[in-house]
Design a protein around this ligand. Structure first.
Ligand code: SAH
Ligand code: DHB
Ligand code: MG
Length: 226
């Protein structure tokens, strides 16, 4: 086993230790993962510990309106949806019909059908549309879709939030490739563009946290709107 595999195994084992104790998943969450895999969706949902972090943050700010960009099978949606207070609402944007179908079933199984709405189509169009309509600002936006467009989602998220809202962005570290300016990976360059955007944006107070765990080495950006 090379050092990389050994480290990854340890990160995963520690995540299991945590999910056996502090971050316990119920049947709806476990089935969301299983059904996504069975449907052939890629295994790229947030980890349980990361999902719970989203839940904790949403709960901390008493989020009543949440926007998610990138639904996949609805796993992160369930964590976020369960943090909503009564009357809370979550809109999740997904371009892929099969993902949306799998997510619809998973969200129903979690008892969140009334609070959660999946909007099928390109997220940029949906965000621009909501802005045009002048929808009520979101308390929390979770950006987790196609990585090259992350900076654009962030721009729209700023338009769709208010002072005190959180904008959380997944997968910003990419195994550390974030700092490789010569990378040939469009996702890495998407995140570098997002980082430049974040660095220049006076409207938010932000940090970026590297993470290890069941999903390997990556990280997330957390920004609060000033
Ligand atoms: N948030 C999910 C994982 C999302 S994976 C979780 O953690 O459980 C990224 C998702 O973004 C995929 O389902 C993909 O189909 C979707 N996606 C990619 N490009 C998109 C676009 N332009 N608009 C909306 N969704 C998109
Ligand atoms: C990928 C996408 C994700 O949202 C994620 O959390 C991990 C990986 C990917 O496209 O590789
Ligand atoms: Mg992600």
């Amino acid at each position: 086993m090379n050092i990389d595999d050994a480290l990854r195994a340890q990160w995963a084992a520690v995540d299991r230790y945590i999910t056996d104790r502090v971050v316990v998943q119920d049947e709806a969450l476990l089935e969301a993962v299983r059904s996504s895999e069975a449907a052939g969706l890629p295994p790229i949902a947030v980890s349980a510990c990361q999902g719970k972090l989203l839940h904790v943050l949403a709960k901390t700010i008493g989020a009543k309106r949440v926007l998610e960009v990138g639904t996949l099978g609805g796993y992160s949606t369930i964590w976020l949806g369960r943090a909503l207070g009564s009357g809370g609402r979550l809109i999740t944007l997904e371009i892929d019909e099969k993902c949306a179908e799998v997510a619809t079933r998973n969200i129903r199984r979690a008892g969140l059908s009334d609070a959660v709405e999946i909007r099928l189509g390109p997220a940029l169009d949906a965000m621009a549309g909501m802005y045009r309509l002048g929808v009520e600002p979101f308390d929390l936006v979770f950006i987790d879709a196609d990585k090259p467009a992350t900076a654009d989602y962030f721009d729209w998220a700023l338009n769709l939030t208010r002072r005190g809202s959180l904008i959380i962005t997944d997968n910003v570290i990419r195994k550390g490739q974030l700092i490789n300016e010569g990378s040939d990976d469009a996702d890495v360059h998407g995140m570098r563009r997002f980082m430049d955007r974040l660095a220049a944006e006076k409207a938010v107070t932000a940090t970026v946290i590297q993470t290890v765990g069941a999903k390997g080495y990556d990280g997330l950006a957390i920004a609060v709107v000033n």
